[in-house]
Design a protein around this ligand. Structure first.
Ligand code: ADP
Ligand code: MG
Length: 344
């Protein structure tokens, strides 16, 4: 199989360029110059975000295909733009490639990138390609725009605000667990396959975020769920300035999660609270806007669930359990790279 030594850096870049077909009207100059050139619109603010993926830390090439990896690498960046109410326009990528990387792997990886570029009308407008001694390294930076008065941030939630989340939670975390522990075959149950797919092919909630941004609703705070519900909720609480109450009965989960939890004797609520890599939107609105929000989401792809309320009790996260009891929760149970609490 051809590997990258035969092509060299410039041959590789030319090969990448020929695979990237999506153009954004905002990008004046894409691959081929020293910088990409972006034309911004009046009355907008630019949003910039970057995310790195390191082999063995964030992905395992035994369980994710090159195409899925390309899709996921870009998706997690798009999710950050969605988290602030923006529209993504342009991305750049840095690749650290081991000498043994095959051109077939890279073709498939770029095909994954290109398919996401097409879905969300993003131009991959440049990058950098270097050798890496051992492991594959990917960094993508993304640039988007939001209307000046419609940038949603993590700060701004107030006591009495209502907490909402899109989609279902913990599918991805359970999918990862299945990949790590099981010998997953194509004959695995459809539930297991659905959970694994959620882990390998997350969907960025751009449509839902755009609905919110174009509406007149006051979104008082928003974040995308990457480190688990509790940990990300504590960011909306200003870490420990405010508190929150969650209603166990309202936490959204899929049939697939319920089924696998039943089979394995797991408590789905624990998974939902700690999760990780859900890439759903978690946000707060004022109590008086709840009805408007629910009717707005009739136009969305993902469902939205009303899961709780912000309180004025500093750092207190409380779960109202289905059995009527209250339980104190710890925010520190999600993912933290340098504590290695969950993923390794
Ligand atoms: P420079 O030396 O000026 O940094 P490079 O030779 O690294 O330029 O890159 C040449 C062009 O190819 C630039 O426009 C750069 O953005 C683009 N490029 C480099 N690597 C990649 C890649 N992996 N994917 C897409 N574009 C890339
Ligand atoms: Mg360079």
């Amino acid at each position: 199989m051809a590997n990258i030594k035969h092509l060299g850096e410039f041959g590789l870049i030319e090969r990448f360029r020929s695979q990237l077909k999506t153009r954004s009207p905002r990008v004046i100059k894409g691959i081929g110059d020293d910088c990409a050139v972006f034309s911004s619109k009046q009355d907008t603010l630019q949003l910039i975000s970057t995310d790195a993926l390191v082999e063995s830390v964030h992905f395992d090439l035994k369980t994710i295909s090159a195409e899925q990896l390309g899709r996921k690498a870009l998706t997690v960046n798009i999710s950050d733009i969605a988290a602030m109410g923006g529209t993504p326009h342009l991305a750049v990528i840095s690749l650290g490639l081991p000498q043994s990387t095959s051109t077939r792997f890279l073709d498939e990886f770029y095909s994954g990138l290109q398919s996401v570029c097409k879905d969300y009308k993003i131009e991959l407008a440049g990058g950098d390609t270097v050798a890496s001694p051992q492991q594959l390294f990917i960094n993508i930076s993304i640039l988007g725009e939001a209307r000046k008065d419609r940038v949603f941030t993590r700060t701004g939630a107030r006591p009495g605000n209502q907490i909402f989340v899109t989609g279902t939670l913990a599918d991805s975390a359970m999918g990862l667990q299945l990949l790590k522990t099981g010998k997953i075959k194509s004959t695995s149950s459809k539930h297991c396959r659905a959970l694994i797919q959620k882990h390998l092919e997350p969907i960025p909630r751009i449509k839902e975020s755009t609905l919110l941004a174009k509406s007149k609703l006051q979104v008082t705070s928003m974040i995308d769920l990457s480190d688990g519900l509790l940990q990300d909720l504590s960011h909306l609480c200003g870490n420990d300035k405010l508190g929150a109450e969650l209603y166990e009965a309202k936490l959204p989960f899929s049939q697939a999660l319920k089924n696998v939890c039943q089979q394995k004797g797991y408590n789905p609520t624990d998974w939902i609270l700690q999760g990780g890599e859900d890439y759903e939107l978690l946000f707060t609105i004022r109590q008086e806007d709840v009805k408007k929000l629910e009717s707005l989401f009739l136009k969305a792809d993902a469902p939205v669930s009303h899961i709780g309320e912000i309180t004025s009790f500093p750092g207190k996260l409380v779960l109202n359990k289905i059995n009527g009891r209250k339980k104190s929760l710890k925010a520190s149970t999600g993912f933290n790279h340098f504590k290695r609490s969950q993923r390794s």
